[in-house]
Design a binder for this molecule. Sequence first.
Ligand code: HEC
Length: 282
Amino acid sequence: MKSFFTITIAAINNGLLLAQTTTPATDEFNLKGYIETAIIIFAVLLAIGSWFVLSFATDKEKEKKFYCAILFSLNWIKNKISGLAPLEKENELMMKENYDGIKELNNSIPPWFNILFYGTVIFAIIYMFDFHVLKTSPLQEDEFKTEVSTANYEKELLIKSGKLLTEATVIQLKDVGALSSGKETFISKCSVCHGRLGEGLVGPNLTDNYWIHGNSIQNVFKVIRVGVPAKGMISWESQLSPQQIQEVASYVISLQGTNPPNGKKPEGQEIKSGSDSLKVTI
Ligand code: HEC
């Protein structure tokens, strides 16, 4: 059984050697990977097959012959690819020159080298026709432009979907349309706690210059999005889209200084509009 493992390892080694010598250095279509995998699968199948055959063979002589046949065929393939002359013919190939006792064999150029060399020439021709003559594949610059325009398109989609609208990117809206839809949201969702005019009920007065969490669009957006659950201000993230939060936040900011009747007494610190120095933690 020991010899069985030796041959298995020899087979795998031979396989890997073949993989290294036959494939060019390019990773086109991951050819090298495919060949390596195929050879490893072949070696494993061979090992399983030999084990199967040998488990029926009782004759020691037969077993030996079997191993020899496998080794012989693997060596034959290896020699074909490396182009080396068999050992017994080395004498004929010996060159006359003798440099300080170093002798050379006049071996021909190994086939794997020629394959590699002609392979690069063929590759270059195909490449030239593909990229420069027929222009079927895009050059680096065109590829870059396509990628940039795809990325821009995806970015636009993301902005439209509201996924990019966060405290980091939000801006205060001032157009009438946005403010009136902000007002609608405010009346239906927020007025129960902040009053119809933002004068404050359970929640603080949103019309004065006093703020607990700041009055910049970033801070207001965030307080509406995540809420302050411990103090009774719920998170609106699951009920309002980022655009709706942006609109209602812009509307809240526009309420400053409107001074409605029955205003709740100020809470928080005084912050003039546009001078919010409270940091937003994003
Ligand atoms: C259930 C009651 C309740 C509802 C509904 C509610 N809020 Fe509030 N809100 C509060 C409370 C209470 C606070 C104070 C939180 C604190 O003390 O930190 C608050 C705080 C705020 C603040 C921060 C004020 C500051 O001084 O910094 C803003 C802005 C705000 N709410 C906007 C809204 C908006 C917009 C809505 C509707 C989408 C809304 N709230 C709905 C109770 C509510």
